[in-house]
Write a protein that binds this ligand. Structure first.
Ligand code: NI
Length: 159
């Protein structure tokens, strides 16, 4: 496993549409392992392949650091409710903004073995799924945020 370079806002690759994954190769598995390592290293809860410069429809998410999820070719098939809250992104470090998302989503995708799976998310997981899927189509949360980006206020007790 290896850390990959995270691409930051302003990098054109974050604005491109990603291609569907046709097969999971050893290279794909290495990419997925590296994405998890890069995400955990940056204290993130989700990462999409374009954020490490790969234009493939692959997302990793772990909102509680106990439930690593791999989403390949993900599609949201159902959403309901609404949550309004702060959202950040590893490609826009140190910033947050208020974003409205569905409270509940159902997502169909493939896992690392190219098996069809369904992931149901509420709250933070629903938010993370929506955020990461947007990345696959070149959308950043700042595009849909309510109000301006704000600087993150770090709690010193967390340091
Ligand atoms: Ni992001």
């Amino acid at each position: 496993m290896a850390l990959r370079q995270i691409r930051y806002d302003g990098d054109d690759i974050l604005r491109k549409k990603c291609k569907e994954v046709k097969a999971v190769t050893e290279r794909t598995r290495t990419l997925i392992d590296d994405m998890f390592e890069t995400m955990y290293d940056a204290n993130g809860v989700g990462l999409a392949a374009p954020q490490v410069g790969i234009l493939k429809r692959i997302v990793v998410i772990d909102v509680d650091y106990e439930t690593p999820l791999v989403l390949i070719n993900p599609v949201i098939v159902e959403k309901d409710g609404e949550q309004v809250g702060d959202e950040g992104c590893l490609s826009l470090p140190g910033k947050v903004a208020t974003v409205a998302r569905p409270e509940h989503v159902i997502c169909k995708c493939l896992n690392e073995d190219m098996e069809e799976i369904t992931i149901e998310g509420e709250g933070l997981l629903a938010r993370a799924i929506c955020h990461e899927l947007d990345h696959l189509d070149g959308v950043l949360y700042k595009d849909i945020a309510e109000g301006p980006l704000r600087d993150v206020e770090y709690d010193e007790e967390d340091e």
